[in-house]
Design a protein around this ligand. Structure first.
Ligand code: UDX
Length: 452
């Protein structure tokens, strides 16, 4: 099939490459000329395993090309995917200005006679596709034949190529059988069931999924705080809970909170949507509040260990800057937020991340942060080691080497990544999330006071 993919970010670029690899003829469109030129030379704007090879292969085989010319991009296309950004606006809702602009342009340039399905893949609030249709109708020539469809993506950064190639689910919302037929034909080779529904339900599925996962994380993070006070171990609690197939073990890793370009903005946007419909989705407010508190709870451990407010004269070795492992993305990264908190109290930081150094330099500046070349150099002379991102390579640190490099054998593990027993057996003081430590005294609540 002939396709056009508008937007070459995480969703659009991965989508364009994978759809071309499925044998379609794909044109990727972006307004950013420099970005398009780089992609054509094989320089990817993002770090995503397998992406660069897939793009180059499909460009070479002439199934994939890129342009800044939207008119050219949509000419002859049977499906036009809208994959532009929908960042968080000041009010907490999704900023849809790029979606509106692109819809207007698609309308204006829809001059060929080919029936098109205009598909929104970007995460957009309920009702957006109906408005996209209105805009298209307003700007398209009377002769243009088209329908709209909602087809949200569920890609995880770091494995988005694999996720797009072999999705666990495909959700398609349309208003007409004709559009649904086109979408069925596009996905039929995957041999996977499609959740076929109306536009609004499809839009809602995406937000519901992300909000539910964020809720799972905030739940286990709040459990972690309780476990720590009550002398239980949240890692064991999560293991025990996760074996129940109704609960499942995924997204039950307690840590410093969720970040990234999706969860924070999508939870906030869904709450905003609920208020727009005069319904207060109060649970989501709790999810956001817990997530906000979690970084302070972790930072507090550091303040307490070093006697309070003033951290000047201390140096921390921060392992991890990306919002999660296997990505270079630092958007809404809790690691960066924690570094800001520590520097705000006068601490010096040495930092290292396997992929996110360049992005972190933009956020942290280079003047007073030491950017180390590896996971050991970062430790040199630091007062403590902080694990802030769940990178696999931080799991198997050589603890003897770590001990030699640090000033004190002290580890704050914000991702519960290390094996507590092994770390403590190697003579470290280990402070993690929701885990009892030998040195921490639990203050038992006075039950008598509650009864009397
Ligand atoms: C997410 C959704 O998973 C994906 O389906 C959607 O399309 C986009 O948003 P992504 O942003 O790549 O994907 O990140 P994800 O792997 O879901 O992790 C989000 C955040 O939650 C990270 O900061 C991660 O560190 C944190 N997290 C995840 C936890 O703190 N604990 C967990 O158990 C899992």
């Amino acid at each position: 099939m002939k396709l056009c993919v508008i937007g070459t970010g995480y969703v659009g670029l991965v989508g364009a490459a994978v759809f071309a690899d499925w044998g379609n003829e794909v044109i990727g469109v972006d307004i950013d000329e420099a970005k398009i030129k780089k992609i054509e030379r094989g320089i990817m704007p993002i770090y995503e395993p397998g992406l660069s090879d897939l793009v180059l292969l499909n460009v070479k085989q002439k199934r994939l090309s890129f342009t800044t010319n939207l008119k050219k991009g949509i000419q002859g296309a049977e499906i036009v995917f809208i994959c532009v950004g929908t960042p968080q606006s000041k009010s907490g809702s999704a900023d849809l200005s790029q979606v509106w602009q692109v819809s207007e342009n698609i309308g204006k340039f829809m001059t060929d006679k080919i029936y098109k399905v205009i598909v929104t893949k970007s995460t957009v609030p309920v009702g957006t596709n109906e408005k996209v249709k209105q805009i298209l109708k307003k700007f398209a020539p009377k002769s243009a034949k088209f329908d709209v469809a909602s087809n949200p993506e569920f890609l995880r950064e770091g494995c988005s190529v694999k996720d797009m190639q072999k999705t666990e689910r495909t959700v398609v919302g349309t208003e007409t059988e004709r559009a649904m037929k086109v979408m069925r034909k596009f996905y039929e080779h995957l041999n996977m069931p499609i959740v076929e529904c109306d536009l609004r339900s499809s839009e809602m599925i995406k937000y519901a999924s992300n909000a539910f996962l964020a809720t799972k994380i905030s739940f286990i993070n709040e459990m972690a705080q309780l476990c720590e006070k009550a002398g239980a171990d949240v890692v064991k609690v999560a293991e025990g809970m996760g074996l129940d197939s109704r609960i499942g073990s995924k997204f039950l890793n307690a840590g410093i909170g969720y970040g990234g370009a999706c969860f924070p903005k999508d939870v906030s946007a869904l709450r905003r949507t609920s208020l727009d419909f005069a319904y207060d989705f109060a649970l989501l407010q709790g999810v956001m509040r817990v997530n906000d508190v979690q970084k302070h709870y972790f930072a507090n451990k550091i303040y307490e260990e070093f006697g309070g407010e003033n951290l000047s004269g201390l140096t921390f070795a921060c392992l991890g800057l990306a919002f999660k492992g296997d990505t270079d993305d630092t958007r809404e990264s809790v690691a960066i937020k924690i570094i800001h908190l520590l520097r705000g109290r006068g601490a010096q930081v040495r930092v290292y991340d396997p992929e996110a150094m360049e992005n972190a330099k933009r956020e942290l500046g280079t003047s007073s942060v030491f950017f180390a070349k590896d996971k050991y150099e970062v430790l040199k002379g630091a007062d403590a080691m902080l694990i802030l991102t769940e990178w696999g390579e931080f799991k198997d640190m050589d603890l003897t080497k770590v001990k030699k490099l640090l000033k004190k054998p002290l580890i704050f593990d914000g991702r519960n990544l290390l094996d507590k027993k092994v770390v403590e057996a190697n003579g470290f003081k280990y402070l993690a999330i929701g885990r009892k430590t030998g040195s921490q005294k639990q203050k038992a609540p006075d039950f008598r006071a509650a009864i009397l």
